[in-house]
Each structure stands twice: as structure tokens, then as C-alpha cells.
Design a protein around this ligand. Sequence first.
Ligand code: URA
Length: 189
Amino acid sequence: AAARDCTRCDLCRTRRQVVFGEGSPTARLLILGEGPSETDDRSGSPFSGPSRRLLETWFTRLGLRRDEVWLTNVVRCRPAAPVNGRLKNRPPTDPEARACRAWLDTEIALLRPAVILALGGTAGKALLGKGFKISQERGRWQPGPHGAAILPTFHPAYLLRLEDDALARAEAIVEADLDLVKARLGVAP
Ligand code: URA
């Protein structure tokens, strides 16, 4: 209830609604994205836009259903910037991520996931510090809060921007990362 009316940062001025994490409260896997998109801001659910279909294929590879994992974001309100008179999605700023941190910490403390899959640079920075570099640190396990193991990987939106060989290479990398997660969760690969 407190988060629904949150005014800790200016994203509250442009959001339609606060987009909470969703999934199973007993999930062993928490997937951490960047922030709600315009579609999510309308629907009230994280990853309800174009990344959703790709994420569904990731769940299949993990041997999990969407309702068996927990999906959430570094920030709970849509970060947007005006471009040619329209609001466009953008990554959250460091102060916005810091302002939302109490909600993320509470979420992780309540869920106590075994594994956190951090999608992209914003999620990696939020959990692993400002110096985090996705190109160097993805695919490597890191200790996380409340005994969780963090694995950073590419954000699905990044893959959706790639084509041909670059896409095939990134897909193979993500598949290897997902296999690491599956093995860690103790589900036979
Ligand atoms: N939607 C989300 O909920 N998170 C992202 O990182 C991108 C789209």
C-alpha cells in the first residue's frame, strides 16, 4: 500500500501506476529487469510488452512457467523522457534507482530467492555496483543479498535489437547463461 502511493522520486509525476513485481511468492528465481515500459505502465504488469514473448522462451529453456518465477525491476515506475512531444522509455537514472531501492530490498528480503537473474546493465549495476560492465561480467556468478546467487545476463530488449549473426551469438550466450541458472536451481538440464 505504501509503494502504491510512492513519491520518492519524480517518476511518480509521469507514471500511470506503480508496476509491482509479479509471480510466485515462493519462487526460487527472481528475474530483475530495468523498469516498466509504456505497455507495463498501462497494464500494471512487468514485462507485458515486446520482451515478454522472448522471456517466455527463456522460461521454457529453464523448465519453469512464468508463474513459477518472480519478475521485478530496479524501478517500479516507468522512466520516460519527452522526445518530439511524446514520452519515450529510457533507463532509470542512478537517483531514481536509489530512490526505489528500499522497495527492491524489501522484495528480495521477503522472497529470499536462491537465484537472481539480472537482466542488462541497469540491473547489474543496481545489484553489483556502479562499475558493473555487462560485457565483462555477464555469465559469472556473484554473491547477492540474503544468500542469493546473482547471474547477470543480457536484457531481452537488447536481443530484440540485434539481427543475423550478432543475434545468433547473443542467443547462444543467453542460452548458456540460462543453463547455468537451471543447473543452480537443481533442475536437470
Ligand atoms: N519491462 C519491464 O518490466 N522491465 C524491463 O526491464 C523492460 C520492460
